[in-house]
Design a protein around this ligand. Structure first.
Ligand code: KG4
Ligand code: ZN
Length: 339
């Protein structure tokens, strides 16, 4: 079975073809450049999607002509995300499904992220997954297709958003997470004391807004920010996030340990961070289970994760009619029945 997935929920216009043997035949992503605005402007992003979507889908089909000939299903992100952006992907996917005469499955973007490891690593249920990106921070116990127990989420900013906001204070272009990590490499993670919001507290929620305030206050007291101080600042900030992630995972694992999770999984753009990855890897190894993160290009927003999630649902009998609309807010938990 071959399936084409389309993703336009934020600032990536993406499409991919995957099959039920977990093979990715084509995978094309166009990442918009919002650096000059310091963040994603929905209207601008929607316009870019509208201008690009045909060429991105066309390029995907051209890369794998034989698979394209045999498409049996289409999948599209229908939420959560920016409404104006979701409209573009949904409208395009509906028209394509209608003209090809094949079914269309709507996919929850977060579900796409958490199921990616089944495409890349064939991970069995259940597993513990953290989606950490610029827009999301959710710790999920993935029991089965459509059975997601959200154990915790950020009560304010997403983890990537925290990286980006602090990176911006330091003058790095948006999105600044990667630059902040690069700068932190040469720094001392114990030079400055940042708060570890919610660390040690009950539950598995996250909070990152206070970190930005702490960063700003600290910077006001560092009028002469030398390169070396900047590196120490980045390393100390990153260390705070690493410790928060670890603490929340420890709490989450304690909650689900007796249900025998098969893996600890990290997805989303923040999964590119080596310090976070190695901290979680060590933790997973102390729990005697594998740590799994998909390759970077499948951790960030892409069409393959949407195609795969659509395929998993289609195999379970899911069918959508062509009258659905975007769900800008669409909690993963809403997909789960009786959890
Ligand atoms: O998943 P993603 O590509 O897009 C969405 O937000 O949906 O994630 C982008 C986020 C940005 O906030 C970016 O700064 C962050 O991931 N990021 C990183 C790193 N690389 C990307 N954060 C920390 N360390 C990194 N190496
Ligand atoms: Zn995403």
């Amino acid at each position: 079975m071959y399936i084409l997935g389309i993703e336009t929920s934020c600032d990536e216009t993406a499409a991919a073809i995957v099959d039920d043997q977990r093979h990715i035949h084509a995978h094309v992503v166009f990442s918009q450049d919002h650096a000059s605005f310091g963040g994603v402007i929905p209207e601008v992003a929607a316009r870019e999607h509208l201008q690009r979507i045909e060429s991105i889908v066309h390029a995907t089909l051209e890369k794998a002509p034989e698979a394209a000939e045999r498409l049996s299903v289409l999948a599209v992100t229908s939420g959560p995300g920016l409404s104006s952006c979701l409209w573009i992907g949904i409208g395009f996917a509906k028209a394509l499904a209608w003209s090809l005469g094949i079914p269309l499955v709507q996919v929850n973007h977060l579900e796409g992220h958490v199921l990616t490891v089944r495409l890349t690593h064939n991970i069995a249920f259940p597993y513990l997954a953290l989606v950490a990106s610029g827009g999301h921070c959710e710790l999920v116990f993935v029991r089965d297709i459509g059975a997601y127990q959200v154990l915790g989420r950020s009560i304010d900013d997403a983890a990537g958003e925290a990286f980006d906001k602090v990176a911006r204070l330091l003058g790095f272009p948006y999105p600044g997470g990667r630059a902040l990590e690069a700068c932190a490499c040469a720094g001392d993670p114990h030079r400055f004391t940042f708060p570890r919001p919610l660390k040690g507290q009950m539950g598995c929620n996250f909070s990152f807004a206070g970190l930005k305030t702490a960063a700003r206050t600290l910077l006001e007291h560092l009028p002469d920010l030398t390169d070396s101080l900047k590196a120490d600042f980045c390393a100390s900030f990153q260390q705070a996030i690493v410790e928060v992630f670890l603490d929340r995972f420890q709490h989450a694992f304690a909650l689900v340990r007796d249900q025998h999770p098969t893996a600890i999984v990290l997805v989303g753009g923040v999964a590119a961070n080596q310090k976070i990855r190695s901290a979680l890897e060590d933790f997973a190894s102390s729990c005697s289970i594998p740590f799994v993160a998909p390759p970077a290009d499948l951790c960030t927003d892409n069409g393959a994760m949407i195609a795969w999630a659509g395929l998993e649902q289609y195999r379970q009998g899911r069918r959508d009619t062509l009258d659905f609309a975007p769900h800008a807010q669409w909690a993963l938990q809403e997909l789960s029945c009786g959890l």
